[in-house]
Design a protein around this ligand. Structure first.
Ligand SMILES: C[S@@+](CC[C@H](N)C(=O)[O-])C[C@H]1O[C@@H](n2cnc3c(N)ncnc32)[C@H](O)[C@@H]1O
Length: 248
């Protein structure tokens, strides 16, 4: 089976945002959280660092991003330089489930699309809560069931703590003693942009690397994930960023 990091490196080669939210919706999150000059963010599993870099350039924020995949961090640092925010953002390679001591609380702690890092949603929320200032915001990007999934889809996503529908997702946050105060959901079109653009990236890579030893596995993974998306996942999988505050 192809390495999941390697597959996504190829399938998301043209992406700056490694999740189904559009660029405009990322900016909307900045508005919702009143990000302004001086706001400090910690982004766990930051990917290519686009969100941090944009919040730094457009809103005057600063922050730290942690990701386990070195090629993503190289992209993140290059992007920070390109946007002239390399003094405002720092990117650290490491396991975001065991982040280094970074000193002081952050105004916003985010984990967008990687809630497995703390052993599942509840562990990740606890990890985030420990690093946010009192009254600060947590931004969690998570899958929810937009429609009840057929058993084989539910089974595929049964690792970790699984997912719930939107009301059940609220229950998960309340069980962690967090208040859901806002959310930005990906539309079906946002999902299509995220998923379908990956088919083209893989196709382009295969055309450029026909003799690569990994080519057959990359093709197989693309074909399987494309069929799964079209058959069920496009209908059943929802995705959003949920804005939370610690109670009291
Ligand atoms: C779906 S991507 C989301 C990236 C980014 N948050 C975004 O929305 O663009 C998941 C990210 O989690 C990173 N990742 C996976 N496991 C990790 C871990 N244990 N610690 C840090 N990063 C991790 C991957 O390298 C990848 O960049």
């Amino acid at each position: 089976m192809v390495n999941v990091f390697r597959y996504h490196e190829i399938s998301e080669s043209s992406h700056r945002i490694l999740n189904p939210l559009s660029f405009d919706k990322v900016l909307l999150l900045g508005d919702i959280c009143r990000i302004a000059k001086g706001t400090r963010l910690l982004d766990l599993a930051c990917g290519k660092g686009e969100m941090l870099c944009i919040f730094a350039r457009d809103l005057g924020a600063s922050g730290v991003g942690i990701d386990i995949h070195a090629p993503h961090l190289a992209d993140a640092r290059a992007r920070a330089t390109e946007l002239g925010v390399e003094r405002a953002v720092t990117f650290i390679e490491g396991d975001a489930g065991d982040p280094p001591e970074l000193g002081g609380g952050f105004d916003i702690v985010s984990c967008i699309g990687a809630t497995w890092i703390g052993g599942g949603l509840s562990g990740t929320l606890e990890l985030m809560r420990q690093r946010v200032v009192p009254g600060g915001w947590l931004l969690v990007g998570e899958v929810y069931w937009a429609e009840p999934p057929p058993p084989h889809v539910k089974q595929k996503y049964a690792t970790g703590q699984g997912f719930a529908d939107l009301a059940g997702t609220l229950d998960r946050f309340e069980a962690a003693d967090l208040e859901l105060v806002e959310m930005v959901l990906a539309s079906p079109e946002d999902w299509d942009r995220y998923a379908a653009s990956q088919w083209l990236n893989v196709s382009n890579w295969l055309a450029a690397n026909p003799d690569d030893a990994e080519a057959p596995e990359i093709l197989e993974e693309r074909n399987t994930s494309r069929r799964d998306y079209l058959a069920d996942e496009r209908r059943c999988l929802g995705w959003g960023v949920f804005v939370l505050r610690a109670q009291g």
